[in-house]
Design a protein around this ligand. Structure first.
Ligand code: ADP
Ligand code: MG
Length: 683
């Protein structure tokens, strides 16, 4: 039966129920899945040698005849040996297999095979151990560049390679061409069939490079098109025109004067919201730069124009805190503010959603719960997503869809300074503003990297600060003991309380019920607790100006940008603040990484170093930004291709704004599946 990309894998030679299930674990159900499952590496099996000339240092292929029947011996329980003498016209050798008794039958005396392995020893003792072998007249996986695939239990590389070989033979020629011909010409890109065949079984190094470039380009191109479509769709929508009242009116609500950066960004927000086109703006600013005020300003502007605003935070903790600061502040301007998180339930929840529906709330603050069913906004004019990297593109779109016919203005706030390279991809659909100035009077946080031996001294430091009325955060990498042997918040809190019995220690972590968590958090915020021991739940946004010390235990386990965020929790008040990074010395380059933090307070420099030291894979968990996963492309290395792909996407969408033509159907379809969590996104 002829295979197509849609054919299932189960039923192909060697794939029964069990293997089918194992393959499904890798996301491989159809021929198309397999063809899009790219090798993670390659093994060069091209070097062919005679037995006499084979070097001992590197594996090679030798063509040789099995000279005698293989001999199986059991050395001891669990150790079986098969020895096979082989020969070619230049000499002889012995091939040994450990625990692969099937080769006793697989190798037939008198037949010629290709063996791929390292030929060690000298003279009569020359031998190869556990080589790969194939019949010489049917050789596929020797004498060539061999793909190495990511595997799982029950799936061998040979299985995937064999299946893929068959699929490539039958389907590569008809691989769907997603890239328009003129783009392939202009950017010198190979066609889809060539790329498909050579990414799996490259004919040579140059073929592989050409195939890779084409496929990386395609990945970036699809993402860029998707982002551009999103942006175009938003631009075409009509935005509600919000006319700004005099700016000083907002300033009058505040106990401090706005920084120049805050004023500038608020000006950008105001002109976006007055333009008639839906705002689509990212506000980037280092921790503590006062982004919340920008959000408050947007909400205030919307309310002044009779519209509602939804503020989405990544955690309940942060939503609660925004509620605590914004409700009184905006209340003074007559705004009605409500809170909606997963722990607002039953009657209380109904009261909030009813008020929202009746238009009796101007600002609703919440978590993902805001996207859920039963939450309707009759006059939604502005959506603010705080700490954006936790929200996917799809979630933003889902919330925007709640506004009914009109497209609401969108403001996205991020404290994680993103290197330009990543920003291009992540926020390709957003305009960017920078709050690039801290409010006055902040003194830099003194940062120390210490070993565990200094913990007793650290404890006395905590006690001394407490005597002065200052508070301390301690962040641990785990909630409970036993999570990979990492230091756990729960145990730490107990330990600390024992060591410093006169201090009040509170504990917050993600596994705690929300009311308890909030009680602990409020106690700390109100200055009733001296120390807050937590996991990274406090990472984003929490604001307690009286806190003057941040201790991070096993700091080497955290990313630099994450540590910078944590450090940003202190240094918000008038007091000298400190950050102590406890390094257990476990991680390889952890000292080097932590020293970066000691030496700079600039979020962008830190992000760049983080990217350099850890690579982009770790920089953001893929899922955090909600973008489709990159299969081949590497953000650190493939920037030039990204630039070209973005340019190509712009050119194409300029000429064909909706990709509506028949010739772009496959392309549009693929983009839609890629961004597939949210089907209606591009309509
Ligand atoms: P982030 O940008 O990290 O979200 P926040 O909005 O939480 O920062 O602000 C950090 C702290 O700075 C808050 O306590 C806030 O009230 C205060 N703040 C914001 N703007 C100013 C300002 N212009 N002058 C003084 N303090 C400010
Ligand atoms: Mg914030």
């Amino acid at each position: 039966m002829a295979l197509t990309r849609q054919s299932g894998l189960e039923g192909l030679p060697g794939v029964g129920k069990a293997r089918g299930a194992a393959l499904a674990k890798l996301g491989l159900a159809t021929v198309g899945d397999l063809l899009d499952y790219y090798p993670r590496d390659y093994q060069d099996r091209r070097k062919v040698s005679t037995l006499a000339a084979a070097p001992a240092e590197e594996p090679v292929c030798v063509r040789a005849v099995v000279a005698q029947a293989p001999r199986l011996s059991r050395v001891r329980a669990g150790l079986e040996l098969v020895k096979v003498p082989i020969a070619d016209e230049t000499g002889r050798a012995v091939v040994t297999f450990f625990n692969q008794s099937y080769v006793q039958r697989a190798l037939v005396p008198g037949e010629e095979y290709v063996f791929y392995g390292r030929l060690e020893g000298a003279g009569r003792a020359r031998q190869m151990t556990n080589p790969v072998f194939e019949r010489a007249d049917k050789a596929r996986f020797t004498g060539r560049i061999m793909p190495v695939y990511p595997l799982t239990r029950g799936v061998s590389n040979n299985l995937i390679a064999a299946l893929t070989w068959r699929c490539v033979e039958e389907c590569a020629q008809s691989a769907p061409e997603l890239l328009p011909a003129e783009i392939r010409r202009k950017y010198n890109l190979a066609g889809a069939p060539f790329a498909c065949a050579n990414i799996h079984f490259p004919v040579g190094d140059a073929h592989l490079a050409v195939a890779r470039r084409r496929l990386i380009f395609e990945e970036f191109f699809l993402l860029s098109c998707g982002m551009a479509l999103l942006r175009a769709r938003r631009r075409r929508g009509t935005g509600r025109v919000c006319l700004p009242p005099a700016g000083e009116e907002f300033q009058a609500l505040l106990p401090f004067s706005l920084t120049a950066a805050q004023r500038r960004v608020m000006g950008e927000v105001a002109s976006d919201m007055a333009s008639g086109v839906p705002m689509n703006r990212l506000v980037q600013g280092d921790v503590g730069s006062g982004k919340t005020m920008v959000a408050a300003y947007g909400a205030w502007l919307a309310a002044k124009n009779g519209l509602q605003c939804a503020l989405m935070a990544p955690t309940e903790l942060l939503a609660g805190q925004h509620m605590a600061t914004l409700a009184p502040l905006l209340g003074r301007a007559g705004l009605r503010v409500g809170l909606l998180t997963a722990s607002v339930k039953g009657k209380q929840r109904r009261a909030v959603t009813d008020a929202l529906r009746a238009g009796e709330l101007d600002l609703i603050i919440g978590t993902h719960a805001l996207i859920s069913q039963g939450v309707d906004f009759p006059r939604l004019g502005l959506v603010v997503a705080d700490e954006q990297h936790r929200f996917g593109v799809a979630q933003r779109a889902a919330l925007a869809a709640k506004a009914g016919g009109e497209t609401p203005h969108l403001l996205v706030m991020s404290a994680t300074p993103i290197p330009r390279t990543l920003a291009l991809l992540l926020y390709g659909d957003l305009e960017v503003s920078a709050v690039d100035e801290l409010p006055p009077g902040r003194s830099p946080v003194k940062t120390y990297v210490v070993g565990e031996a200094l913990r007793p001294r650290l404890y006395s430091f905590i006690a001394r600060l407490a005597e002065e009325g200052r508070q301390t955060y301690v962040v641990c990498p785990a909630v409970e003991q036993g999570e990979n042997g990492r230091l756990a918040a729960t145990e730490y809190a107990g330990m600390l309380q024992q060591a410093l019995p006169h201090l009040r220690v509170e504990l917050v972590h993600g596994k705690m019920a929300a009311p308890r968590r909030q009680a602990a958090m409020s106690a700390f915020a109100a200055g009733e607790a001296d120390v807050l021991v937590s996991t990274t739940v406090i990472e984003v946004g929490v604001d307690v100006p009286n806190a003057a010390l941040m201790v991070v235990e096993e700091a080497g386990l955290f990313g630099l940008s994450q540590l910078h965020q944590l450090r940003g929790r202190v240094g918000r008040g008038r007091h000298q603040s400190y950050c102590v990074l406890v390094d257990s010395g476990a991680g390889g380059n952890s000292r080097e990484r932590l020293e970066v933090l000691k030496n700079t307070a600039d979020g962008f420099t830190i992000a760049r170093e983080d990217l350099r030291l850890r690579g982009p894979g770790d920089f953001f968990g893929q899922r955090q930004h909600g973008l489709p996963q990159l299969r081949l492309a590497d953000l650190a290395q493939d920037m030039e291709v990204l630039r070209q792909a973005r340019q190509a996407a712009e050119e194409l969408l300029c000429a064909h704004p909706d990709l509506a033509g028949e010739e772009h159907r496959a392309l549009l379809g693929r983009i839609q599946t890629l961004f597939g969590e949210h089907p209606g996104m591009f309509n």
